[in-house]
Structures are given as structure tokens and as C-alpha cells.
Design a protein around this ligand. Structure first.
Ligand code: ZN
Length: 476
């Protein structure tokens, strides 16, 4: 089965696509640039939704739903926003058999339609804050697409909040960024850098954008979530004012934030290997598979009885599969479950049954441990925790190994090609130097990390004195 997967070192991009197609996560659709998310892939999305939704609700957010269509005039109300999004929008011009009086945009994001509603709902400071999230699909017409990472239609969540002051909106953007960081690290087992986008990389219509950035196994960066402070831009565009505590009228402050099905791409690219998918236990649809091995019918009965008992014990705590299919050999079953990334495999052979034990095999390290049946639950729990923790740690070690400090532009230009990675450097904050990096190497300033050393250095490009440290990488 694994022979259908291109070797990662030969062609990373083919490897990625093979893993998704062979693992049955997604498929190409008849509509160019769109994808079909298959049940195995959708189950991961449901996990992402489940955990994040709970985290949003615990921090006071609620869900709502707004229309898919946005009147053209709305899109044009915020100048930067329309300039940023109009080129990649799909527009409905006809419906119900006739030309529409006003064109409708398929939402690329929902700031405009939501702020047109906030105008109706916000009168006074008593109506604030509004902390609404929406789980939805959006459309951005992409020329070059890749499963999960960049598709014309994708699924996401978009939070849109309204606040009394700059400070409240700022606190909200930071709070959500921390939710995203925790989710990436504690659930996806992907370490992330946190920081701010440069002016040229920020969201169209925002004061500033914060982000989390992760390193994939080809050492490229992947923006895994963004949180935008929108200032009063959308309130001004839609004339949303509120009466403050001093009875003065003021424009409302806004934020928006989102993560998408891209995270499934990140999960695959950060952990999977030559044999297929590798999921951290918290993200796997099934945490365990039990594979009993027998030769004779007599063995079969004994072993299956034992295996069923193991299954019963585990099933109250985990999602577990008992693979008692007769028509496949154990080796076939092993590679099938490896391909699908099930974290733990429990193997029970005749000798194991006789000694009331089983062999537990970890998907990520292939490490085998024999455990006595009487310690089943405790030892499985231990393996699950270890695997979740070690996957994050391993990804962090990998990222740190390929994070370099650059002072020479020539050296940087070589290293970004090979081996690639994250490059910490000083930057003079000029657009010229930023775009020069992009033109010369196709790499971009991924973020200005929150953690800045209190020093000055020389701009990587122009060698002028600079205070700002940035991280540069090629990105998805
Ligand atoms: Zn410079």
C-alpha cells in the first residue's frame, strides 16, 4: 500500500497529495479548484470544530449564521477590503432566470455583511461586546490550488466581534491568538511562532494582523491562523456608532479571526511519513486498532474471545477498532492502518493470548511494548499521553534545527534554497527591503515575533541599523 505513496524525499508535493488520496481524506472534484472532503478527512474537521468550538464558547463566544451572498455595494464600502478581495471573488449576476439588479458576491469573508447587521443591533455600550463566531464555507477564486491548503471553496470559522474601545478589541485579538496557539500545540502537536504581520502582509482592511506560523517537514512555513484588529474601519464604512458611557456617539471597534480546513493540510504535512498519515492521538478519529493474529480455528476462537474482551474495556474510553476481518493477512492490515494514521496498534497473537498480554505499537516511532492485560487501561493511557507530547516535542526539535539567524544577505539567499527553514533577521521596516527579499528568493517575512531581543542589529538586506527582528521563510 505504501508503494503507492511517492517518497517524501523524492517529491514532497506528490507525497503530500498521495497521502491524502490514498488515505481517502479528500478527492478532486468536477469543479476545478474545489475538493471533496471524504468521511475520513471530514472526521478530522469535526474534531477541529469540536475542540475549537468549545474553546470559543468557554471564552464567551456564541455561534450565528449569515448569508452566503454579499451585495456588491457592501463589498465596495471599505476601500482596502475591496481592493484586497475583489480580484478573487466569484460574482452572481443572474438568478431566477434574469439579470440581478445588484450583483451578489459569494462571500470571501463576512465582515461586510456582518457589520451591516451590527448597525441594526448596536445602539449603546450596553449592546457591547458582541462576540459572534460563524462556521461556514467561503470562496476565493484560486488559480493554483492544492488539496486542503488552497482550494477555491473551503470551510472555516470566522469570528467577528464588536467592542467599546481600542483596548478591548486588542485584548480580544490577543485572547483568540492564544486560543489558536494552544489548539495548534496541545491538539495538533504543531509548535507555532506567534507574532504580528508586516503592513504588506496584513489582512485587507485591518489595523494590524496577528498570526501563528508553523514549519512543515519540507521546512516551509504555513500560516495556521490569523487574528485581526480591524480598528474602526468597518464601523465607519457601515456607520456603526454607539452611545458610550459619557453619552457621546462613537464608532465601534472590531476584530475578526479565523482558521480553516488548511489546518488538516498542516496536520498532514507536519507529522506524516513514508508509510502514510500520522495523527497525534487527540486528532485521530480512532486512537487504537486491535489486530488479532491466528492460524487455526481453535486459535481463532481463543484469541478473538480475548481480543473482544480487550475491545470492550477500551471502548468506554477510546475510539477503537477490532479488525477481525478474515479475508486479509495481518501484514496487509498493519499497512492499511498505518496508512490511515491510527496512533496505536494492539497486536494479539497465540502466545500473547496464552500469557494474557499484547504488543502495543506506536504509529509515530514504531516502538513496540508488551503490556499485561491487567494493566491495559493504564498502559494505553500512558502511551497516548507520551505520543501526544513527544510528537509536539519532535516537531519543535525539527523546527529549531532548521531555524537560523541570518546577518549576511548572500548567505541567506543560499540557505533559503537549501536547506530552507526559518530565518531570524533584523529588518529596517522599509517596504523596499521587504519586497526585495520576495523578489530575490520568493520568501516572505512571515511575522514579527512578539519576543524581541532588546538589541539593535543591521537590516539583512540594506545593512542599515534596525530594531525589528523578523522571521523569514518560504510559505504555503
Ligand atoms: Zn533594510
Amino acid at each position: 500500500m505504501a508503494d503507492k505513496i511517492t517518497k517524501r524525499q523524492d517529491d514532497y508535493s506528490r507525497w503530500y497529495t498521495d497521502i491524502i488520496l490514498q488515505g481517502k481524506l479528500a478527492d478532486y472534484s468536477p469543479v476545478k479548484g474545489c475538493m471533496v472532503i471524504r468521511p475520513i478527512g471530514y472526521a478530522i474537521w469535526e474534531k477541529i470544530q469540536g475542540y475549537l468550538d468549545q474553546m470559543f464558547k468557554e471564552s464567551g463566544h456564541v455561534n450565528a449564521y449569515f448569508p452566503l451572498f454579499i451585495p456588491e455595494s457592501f463589498m465596495q464600502k471599505e476601500a482596502e477590503h475591496v481592493a484586497g478581495f475583489a480580484p478573487e471573488c466569484a460574482v452572481v449576476t443572474h438568478a431566477g432566470g434574469s439579470k440581478l439588479e445588484e450583483n451578489l458576491y459569494i462571500r470571501p469573508t463576512s465582515e461586510t455583511i456582518i457589520w451591516s447587521m451590527y448597525k441594526k443591533w448596536i445602539m449603546s455600550y450596553r449592546d457591547l461586546p458582541i462576540l459572534i463566531n460563524q462556521w461556514a464555507n467561503v470562496v476565493r477564486w484560486e488559480m493554483r490550488t492544492r488539496l486542503f491548503l488552497r482550494t477555491t471553496e473551503f470551510l472555516w470559522q470566522e469570528g467577528h466581534t464588536a467592542h467599546e474601545s481600542y483596548e478591548d478589541a486588542e485584548a480580544e485579538t490577543m485572547k483568540i491568538l492564544e486560543v489558536y496557539r494552544r489548539f495548534a500545540e496541545e491538539y495538533l502537536a504543531i509548535p507555532v511562532l506567534v507574532g504580528k504581520k508586516t503592513e504588506s502582509e496584513k489582512f485587507a482592511g485591518a489595523l494590524h494582523t496577528y498570526c501563528i506560523e508553523a514549519m512543515m517537514q519540507d521546512r516551509k512555513a504555513l500560516q495556521a491562523g490569523t487574528s485581526h484588529h480591524l480598528g474602526q474601519n468597518f464601523a465607519k464604512a457601515f456607520d456603526v456608532k454607539f452611545q458610550n458611557k459619557n453619552s457621546e456617539m462613537e464608532y465601534v471597534w472590531a476584530t475578526s479571526w479565523g482558521v480553516s480546513t488548511r489546518l488538516i493540510g498542516a496536520l498532514i504535512m507536519a507529522h506524516s511519513d513514508v508509510d502514510g498519515l500520522v495523527f497525534p492521538p487527540r486528532m485521530a478519529q480512532n486512537q487504537l486498532v486491535i489486530v488479532p493474529i491466528w492460524k487455526s480455528d481453535e486459535e481463532k476462537n481463543r484469541i478473538l474471545t480475548f481480543a473482544r474482551n480487550v475491545y470492550q474495556q477500551l471502548k468506554n474510553h477510546y475510539q477503537v477498532i477490532l479488525d477481525d476481518r478474515d479475508q486479509y493477512k495481518p501484514g496487509f492490515k498493519f499497512s492499511e492502518w498505518e496508512l490511515q494514521g491510527i496512533p496505536l496498534r494492539l497486536v494479539i497473537g497465540p502466545r500473547d493470548e496464552a500469557q494474557k498480554q499484547m504488543v502495543i505499537v506506536r504509529r509515530d516511532t514504531r516502538q513496540k511494548t508488551t503490556i499485561p492485560a491487567e494493566q491495559l487501561l493504564a498502559r494505553v493511557a500512558e502511551q497516548i499521553t507520551m505520543m501526544q507530547t513527544e510528537m509536539l516535542e519532535r516537531a519543535r526539535i525539527y523546527r529549531d534545527k532548521y531555524t537560523f539567524t541570518s546577518t549576511s544577505y548572500d548567505e541567506f539567499k543560499q540557505q533559503i534554497e537549501s536547506p530552507g527553514g526559518f530565518f531570524k533577521a533584523y529588518w529596517c521596516q522599509s517596504d523596499t527591503c521587504e519586497s526585495r527579499i520576495k523578489e530575490d528568493t520568493k520568501a516572505t517575512i512571515r511575522l514579527i515575533p512578539f519576543e524581541q531581543e532588546d538589541k539593535t542589529g543591521r537590516c539583512l538586506v540594506c545593512q542599515q541599523e534596525a530594531r525589528t527582528q523578523v522571521v523569514i521563510a518560504k510559505a504555503y
